[in-house]
Every structure is written in structure tokens, then in C-alpha cells.
Design a protein around this ligand. Structure first.
Ligand code: TXA
Ligand code: MG
Length: 436
């Protein structure tokens, strides 16, 4: 396989496929007490290889979860955890999520090394309805970290709590079970880039920096887990994600949960004044211009926003990307009910033979001054679930195509998973265009 040439160690990166097969199940499914491996372990060979590697090496292993791909290391060993920060190129001041395969493993982390693990009472009551309803799944809960702790101090970045998540991906659960240790894992993207939802994305970002990528296909959810803190009152959602705030509110003790992140009501505050100085996150190479959802139809005018965005002018734009969700469609063959946001400035022409059938279209645009622009349009569909699933992939695909600017049609920031989608987009955006 290919490798990158950096000043750091260069590794051969292998992508190990894992077949869709029986990879295990919970014993007493309701209780989530123990994740058991299947009796036929033939499908587990590559997971076993990755697990053995995790136990002994200090280079992390990439693996799929239902949300995004993670970059995992033994959470109990400092050298292994430091390997994550090295591979990602990210500063080590951000705490990592601990992935556990069952409640038995979680309880063992709530007591100090050598201490007796007591019964279920060690898990704070506030989390019990959430665990019952959302685990295994895209929810991370903050728990008190005992002193001393079995977890390496680098995992928690000096905080008194640690974030724990039981993923629903059987591949991830079996990897943790076979490793026999909790796995610390941030998203497996290079620092500042959009998260990875396929093994190809991980290979693109990290080849040469890690040795093993487990390939379990595309992630189903597509955005990261919801992070909640139930140790304070009222409980707080620290990061919106795969479990919606509306669903959290239905659980006992969580009716009054508050948002600890910026939503649409604070867009003005979060919109960058000096784009170059903004802390980058989830960002493709291209400039991202995000249109907040509006009941009115919006047109985009590249010249205006490019000047606003980074000083470039229309004459310099050769290639544009557009991510359409509910209403936009720039193509000349668009449905009558859709809205064409470029019509006022450009005439568009479908480039024959370039429609790939996956919602991606290449268009040639002629502006009123007669110049030509290439536009790649990716349509994610109108369903929030599909938008979440395809979002990071779309941003990455447009980057691969080398577009200069990506225009994104935002969606209404409601109490569902749309909150996670818009949260990531606002962080990725160079410019946010608010409704008129
Ligand atoms: O879906 C996910 O959560 C993915 C997959 C791989 O599981 N992981 C992920 O990890 O997104 P990462 O490192 O990219 O994001 C971890 C988030 C950060 O926002 C971090 O600040 C927060 O969780 N977090 C972790 N531990 C925390 C703690 N003790 N206190 C507050 N926030 C914490
Ligand atoms: Mg991340």
C-alpha cells in the first residue's frame, strides 16, 4: 500500500476488510452486561489481528463505529494514548472518548485499580434511563474518574470526568472485547478535517501514519455521538450528535436538559469575523459558505461572498461545489418544485455523461459576463437521516475534486439530528449567510 513521506515514522498502512457476519451479541440483551463473541470466529481474524496489535503497540488502529471511524488505542496505557495524538497531529488538550463493550467493562473503570467492583449502583442513577434507551449507540456520557484511575491521564486531559460510549457496531464491540481493554478513540480524521465515514477516508488522511485500518463499510449514522453531562444540574448536552435532544428529553431526569453548545440562535456570535483566524474544525480545504435555513428561497452570488469570504474575486473562481439538501437544485433538469439558487447569475448546462447516479452532477455554468465555471453538485436528499449520513462524505468528495468554494444549503436546526448536522457545518464554515 502507499505511504506518505513525513519527518515522522512512515508506516505501511493496511486496510483489513471485515466480512458482514455474526460478530457477537449481548448475553442477556436487555442488560448489556456482557458482549460475547460468536462460537464461529472465522469472520474475526482481522479484528483479532487488530486487537493483538492494540495490546502491544503504541500506534493506534482505525476501526468503524456506527457514527464515524475511530482511531483507537488502549486507554489504560499512556504511550498508546499519546500515539493517537501523534498520528492525528492534534494537540493533546482535548479529552478522548472511552469506548467500552459492555457494562461489566464500564463498571471496572468506575473504581480504582485493585478495588472491588460493586454492583450496578456504581453507575450514577441519572444515566440509567439513557443507557437503557440509547446504548449501545451514539451517546457519550460523562462519569466520575476515580483517583487513582485505571485510565491513562492523557485520556482525560486532566479533567475529573471521563466520557464513555458503548458503540452499537458489532465490529467495534468485538474489537474491544478481544482487546480486553477500554479503547480511547477520537474520530479517525487528520486534525481539522471532516470526520471519516469510510475506510477510504481514513486511508486518505492517515496512510503512512498508522498500520491498520479495519474496513467495515460506510458508517450508518454519519455524525459523531451526542455528548452529555448528567453530573450537573440541570444536565447538559455538550455536543449534539446521533441521539437528539428531543429523544433525551423523553427520559426521566432529562426533561430539563439544556444545550451547552451554540445553536442557530447564536449564529451571529459564532460566525467568523476574520475567517483566517477561525479555529478550524470539520473543514475541507475549500472555503465553505453555509446558508442558514430560511423560509424564503435564497440565491447565492459567488462574487459577493467570495469578496466577503477571503478577498478572492469572481474571475478567480474556476470550480464550485454545491451541497443541496431540501430545496436547492442547480441543474437545468431540476424538478419544478425545487429552487435553483444560481439562476440569477448563471445559466447551467449538464455536462453529458458525468452524472454518476449517486446524487452527484457536474454542471457547466455560464455567467452573464460570459465566463465559464465548473460546478459539482451533490444532493443529499431531503431526509435528515440521509443528510447526516452523507454530509462528511460530500465535503470530502468536493475537496478531492479540488473545488475552490463549497456552498451548502443548511437545514432547520430543530431538536433532532439536524442540530448535529448544523453544528458541524457551522464549525466548518468560512462564511455563514443568515436568513434575510
Ligand atoms: O461518535 C463519536 O463520538 C466518535 C466515535 C469514534 O466514537 N468519537 C469522537 O471523538 O467524536 P472526538 O475525540 O472527535 O470527540 C470527543 C468529544 C469532544 O468534543 C470532547 O471535548 C468530548 O467528547 N469529551 C470527551 N471527554 C470529555 C470530558 N471528560 N469532558 C467533556 N467533554 C469530553
Ligand atoms: Mg473529532
Amino acid at each position: 500500500m502507499a505511504s506518505t513521506h513525513t519527518n515522522e515514522a512512515v508506516f505501511q498502512t493496511r486496510v483489513l476488510p471485515v466480512p458482514t457476519a455474526d460478530l457477537g451479541c449481548f448475553k442477556g440483551r436487555e442488560a448489556l452486561e456482557t458482549w460475547e463473541l460468536p462460537s464461529d470466529v472465522s469472520a474475526l481474524a482481522h479484528i483479532q489481528e487488530a486487537a493483538s496489535y492494540l495490546q502491544t503497540q503504541n500506534i493506534p488502529v482505525a476501526f468503524p463505529t456506527e457514527t464515524v471511524y475511530g482511531l483507537g488505542a488502549d486507554a489504560t496505557r499512556s504511550d498508546a494514548v499519546l500515539g493517537i495524538y501523534k498520528a492525528k497531529g492534534r494537540p493533546s488538550d482535548n479529552p478522548l472518548i472511552i469506548h467500552i463493550c459492555d457494562l461489566t467493562m464500564l463498571r471496572s473503570l468506575l473504581v480504582s485499580p485493585g478495588a472491588q467492583v460493586s454492583d450496578a449502583e456504581s453507575i450514577p442513577d441519572i444515566y440509567k434511563p439513557l443507557i437503557k434507551r440509547f446504548w449501545p449507540g451514539p451517546l457519550t456520557i460523562l462519569l466520575p474518574n476515580p483517583i487513582p484511575s485505571k485510565l491513562a491521564p492523557e485520556v482525560t486531559a486532566g479533567l475529573k470526568t471521563f466520557g464513555a460510549r458503548m458503540p452499537s457496531s458489532p465490529l467495534a464491540l468485538s474489537l474491544i472485547r478481544l482487546s480486553g481493554v477500554p479503547i480511547a478513540a477520537p474520530s479517525a480524521n487528520a486534525s481539522t478535517k471532516p470526520s471519516c465515514t469510510t475506510a477510504d477516508h481514513v486511508f486518505h488522511d492517515l496512510h503512512g501514519r498508522i498500520e491498520i485500518i479495519l474496513d467495515g463499510g460506510a458508517c450508518t449514522v454519519g455524525v459523531e455521538s451526542t455528548v452529555v453531562d448528567g453530573l450537573c444540574s440541570p444536565p447538559v448536552v455538550l455536543r449534539p450528535g446521533g441521539v437528539s435532544i428531543d429523544d433525551l428529553r423523553q427520559c426521566e431526569g432529562w426533561e430539563g436538559v439544556v444545550k451547552g453548545y451554540k445553536d442557530s440562535s447564536e449564529v451571529g456570535a459564532s460566525a467568523p469575523r476574520a475567517p483566517g483566524m477561525k479555529y478550524k474544525h470539520y473543514s475541507p480545504k475549500a472555503k465553505v459558505v453555509l446558508y442558514e435555513d430560511s423560509d424564503e428561497t435564497t440565491d447565492f452570488f459567488p462574487e459577493g461572498h467570495m469578496v466577503h469570504g477571503d478577498g478572492a474575486t469572481l474571475g478567480q473562481i474556476l470550480s464550485l461545489g454545491v451541497v443541496c439538501t431540501r430545496h436547492w437544485d442547480c441543474a437545468p433538469d431540476s424538478q419544478p418544485e425545487s429552487h435553483n439558487p444560481i439562476k440569477a447569475v448563471f445559466e447551467s448546462k449538464l455536462i453529458a455523461g458525468k452524472t454518476n447516479g449517486k446524487g452527484t452532477k457536474e454542471l457547466k455554468l455560464r455567467s452573464k459576463d460570459g465566463s465559464w465555471v465548473l460546478l459539482t453538485q451533490i444532493s443529499l436528499g431531503g431526509e435528515t437521516k440521509d443528510i447526516a449520513h452523507g454530509l462528511f462524505s460530500a465535503l470530502r468528495e468536493l475537496d478531492e475534486r479540488g473545488v475552490d468554494v463549497i456552498y451548502v444549503e443548511g437545514i432547520k436546526d430543530e431538536g433532532d439530528i439536524a442540530a448535529a448536522v448544523m453544528n458541524r457545518l457551522r464549525k466548518a464554515a468560512t462564511v455563514i449567510v443568515e436568513p434575510r
